[in-house]
Design a protein around this ligand. Sequence first.
Ligand SMILES: Nc1ncnc2c1ncn2[C@@H]1O[C@H](COP(=O)(O)OP(=O)(O)OP(=O)(O)O)[C@@H](O)[C@H]1O
Ligand SMILES: [Zn+2]
Length: 831
Amino acid sequence: MIARVIVDVPSRQTDRPFDYEVPSAMSGWIEVGSRVGVPFGGRVLQGFVVELAAEAEVDSRRLKAVAELLDPLPPLLPDLIGLAKWMSDKYCCSWTTALQAMIPAALKGKAERYVSLNDSLDEELEQLASRLPQELLDMLSRQRQTKLESLKERFPQYAPDIKAALEEGVLLEQTAIRDRLAIRKVLTVFPPADKAAAAEALAAWPTKAGKQRELLAFMLERGEPIALQALLAEAGGSPASVRAVAAKGLLELREIEQQRDPYASREFERTVPLPLTEGQQSVYTRIADAVTRGEPQVLLLHGVTGSGKTEVYLQAIQHCLKQGKQAIVLVPEIALTPQMVERFKGRFGDAVAVLHSRLSNGERYDEWRKIRSRKVQVAIGARSAIFAPFERIGLVIIDEEHESSYKQEESPKYHARDVSVQRARQHGAAVVLGSATPSLESYAAASRRPAEGRESSLLPMPDRALGRPLPPVTVIDMRAELAAGNRSMFSRTLHEGLVQRLERGEQTVLLLNRRGYSTFVMCRSCGYTALCPHCDISLTYHQKSRLLRCHYCGHAEQAPQTCPSCESEHIRFFGTGTQRVEEELAKLFPGIRVIRMDVDTTTEKNAHEKLLKRFGDREADVLLGTQMVAKGLDFPFVTLVGVIAADTSLNLPDFRSAERTFQLLTQVAGRAGRHQLPGEVVVQTYSPEHYAVTTAQKHDYIRFVEEELKHRGVMGYPPYCRLVLVTMSHEQLALLSSVSEQFAERLRELAAEEGVLGPLGAGLPRALEVLGPVASPISRMKDRYRFQCVIKYRGNIDVPALLRAALAPFVAGSPQKLVQFSIDVDPQVIL
Ligand SMILES: Nc1ncnc2c1ncn2[C@@H]1O[C@H](COP(=O)(O)OP(=O)(O)OP(=O)(O)O)[C@@H](O)[C@H]1O
Ligand SMILES: [Zn+2]
């Protein structure tokens, strides 16, 4: 039997399966998806079995054997192996990079070499062994397995002997790749098995050993196992005294595995399905039908904020479970609030595993194992939960599908939405994309006319579940505020609104969109921002060179001293931090209770959860924060939402900035007046006439989409085309510059040979353009210069194949190969 193994070396040359013989002892154990240790280039490396075959493709005499099987159950299922291959093709990464993204970090522990003493030595080898110091031999017989590194360190003068002993087989080498902490075992004390005998022994106990007697009495009384540490804390005594009692056969000490359950201490109140509203019911029926039929359909649930999407998800999942299938729910990392977890745990209890980055590696591993060992049927988590090792998936839900956090920014640079669709295809599962503000890509795809005899995949829910209208939004022109002499960061309307909430004891959510802090230039008098003459995108201020630059085409100009539009001197680099807002609030409203939520206040574990709980318990008047406060929250006493400056995201030099702004404004506005009390929203901006602001004011998604699609069409951006971002980096500017030129040239040549090189605007069904190379927005990182090319294309073109061909000359040749290429397919941001 031959195992084809993808070895964990993420380089282009080794990105293919290698053949290994399966030793007979492992046959029947090794499956597709097994993690193994295999000899590779003189070392033992970790790898995944991607195929089993009867015969090797290489000369069988050169075949090496699998050294080690790392887990009793394969951590990956065959469908995930296939999915990883698909990812490596689509996202231009190595197969192993995709595979590694699918397993929990706890399984990735660095390879370590251990040695043990060979138990069966013949005479000759005994001789060799005797050359090793006694201390070393003692150490080995005591610990059995010892790290090779620590042996080398401890006995430096014996290095040649250790080496010889390894070569001759006196010492046996093993590579442990398993993280030794992955499974937590706890030394546990068990009560006496034979109670009567123990009671007798207790009665006859010699008074000298008082502590031992107490321990035994304690355990008899308790009658249940207890962790050794906990026993000592409660009953006193030492491990030695426990061992002494155990040695008499009256107690038992055993290592037992402990499941780390991050929610063990929490009680979740069980909920029952709510009677659905009419709108919810019709959407539910469509989803349930798709699940029943087992067709891989993608449905877009466009439900306004507060329309009750979560209840639809819950009931659709329940239907899925009834069919004997499993469900995956993806939520954006920052929306994985206790509220969301509570709703799922409340409905499905122990059938839910929760996977998110704030868990420790161990906790996440245990949650993952619940999935792998079929103990749960629902997985809820951030983007990587799409790799949950379920065997029969019936439904995948992506909540807030427009969120950019579904795109992973490091390799593999995958988008969880696209990966979901692919995985669902393999399982015949339905995919539900849910959002009040769907991404343009998803909306465009779902509004295409359905095929003959098919229903539309767009499922609208235009009304709030509890019957409340969407809150009225007031847009405040901050230029007018300044003109009227108000230099504060709060407009008079927002100030007034805050005063009212404090009086009435209601709550306020304040959003400060801090992304893009201080990178763009804006005039505070007239609202002018500097735009690129060629790209319709704001220019970015580069402090060092004092230049304004375009990140798409490379255009550059001097930063102005006065506003080119109104000649005011109030032109400046925009940005206010949450901390400054907090100070200002304290000054203006003495005694105000503010909870600030941003990256600085949420680093500690569970900080997020604690802050929101305090706000939910009405221990604060204001929840102030960055994007984190914008979504998913459902608090009945929030009646005012204020946006300090809508412009911060509007002026990001990215083609999605209008979309992001509209989404953010709509989402945060949706936090107000969700229950009985009516809500109100105040949006402060320097661009009150921008369509992202005016359409958000009217909660008019459709109007926004129409307007935005016009712009995308004119400028040639998705969904009218697709993008690939290629970033190149090297320490030497000159070399980087010439290599990136050559690469772009090669790519254009190849595209021309395919007959697809040409401007997208010319109306060709298949067209590809290569923009650049230009310096990257972050033009130097970690002492490396960075250049980038943006590839725009439309139509059915195998761009990954073109890229691979264009890259080929740059991986082999000598100094050039040091130029690093990083490929981002369907990038979320280009800055
Ligand atoms: N059928 C129903 N009957 C009664 N209450 C409901 C029903 N469906 C939802 N709700 C309630 O309506 C409120 C809003 O629902 P939910 O939070 O699911 O909205 P949502 O669509 O996820 O909104 P958002 O996109 O803003 O997060 C919640 O308090 C929820 O409990
Ligand atoms: Zn430009």
